[in-house]
Design a protein around this ligand. Sequence first.
Ligand code: 3PG
Length: 394
Amino acid sequence: FRTLDEAELAGKRALVRVDFNVPMEDGRVTDDTRLRAALPTIGKLRAGGAKVILLAHFDRPKGKRVPEMSLRPIVEPLARLLAAPVAFAEDGIGPVAESAVNAMAPCDVLLLENVRFHPGEETNDPEFAKALAANGDLYVNDAFSASHRAHASTEGVAHLLPAYAGEQMRLELTALDKALGHPERPVMGIVGGSKVSTKLDLLRNLVTRLDKLAIGGGMANTFLYAQGHDVGASYCEKDLADTAREIIRLAGQNNCKLFLPIDIVVAEKLVPGAAARVRGVGEVDEDERILDAGPETTERLCRALANSKTLIWNGPLGVFEVKPFDRATVETARCAAQLVKDGRLVAVAGGGDTVAALNAAGVTEDFTFVSTAGGAFLEWMEGKELPGVAALAR
Ligand code: 3PG
């Protein structure tokens, strides 16, 4: 793909797809990570004298104008981060967008309204893509985290204008290639979260590519159950026991060493400060729930990390939102962070709860790279081609 260093920018209208699908409460942005992630690209375009026209979606308005899903609340925090004014157009296409773009001077920044207010965005309607492209001389995709969607603003437009990868896109792709595409070995994965059912393809792909894989969180219960252990009142997808056994077999065939919990933390209730007990695997009482991996498991994971060169991490090892069930996640994350600081490990993490878990452990800054992507990170870990990335290929 082409990067911004190869683009002629002066006076050009740069149509930039960013991901501003940020957490919001009562019309206020509560986490601006994705806004900050867009700053390098916006900065580079402005430094080159381009007019920066931002395209983004927010939530899932299903092709209708839903006022609560407007991107307008993004204007003020973005302008503050940029220390520059940000204009807003109430529509992503048509005369409203056109006149806002016509009013721009080089280095100006304009945010267009939620592209998903038009049904043509998600259907990747060629006419809608054309209407978007009408406002640009070049297209920049800086939304890796939305690039698993073959939508008009992530895929369609890329075929209509000279297309470039933005800075955040470039960082994401470089980090992910380092972690799974061409990693330094041994490469270890940590996959957690509650449901095996949402991560089957991911696990199947990882066991064929990694040297070691640790499975934690609620999904580990299903694996323990599949191995014949009692899981008491724990969350467990019993109907997936055969699938779990198939993944264990597949790991064996591919020389991927699997790490399942060897001890666990249980409690009867999932409440902060609950009376938690450490148990051996299989020693769970009928009314107890497995809520975290135990200290021996954590130690074993830290040892395995110390003997690895690369880590790719998705999903917490326990119910990290509720103390003390955050312990395995926090301690393992800190081990990994220390190894990165010592120059012994490349650690890449991403997807959904993972960033929140690393934030809770206070190690986000220490990891080699933390992706801003949720679903896109998972699809990429599944080995799938992301349409928005594929469309940037020369
Ligand atoms: C995300 O938040 O993961 C992306 O912005 C994609 O959003 P979507 O799942 O609504 O397509």
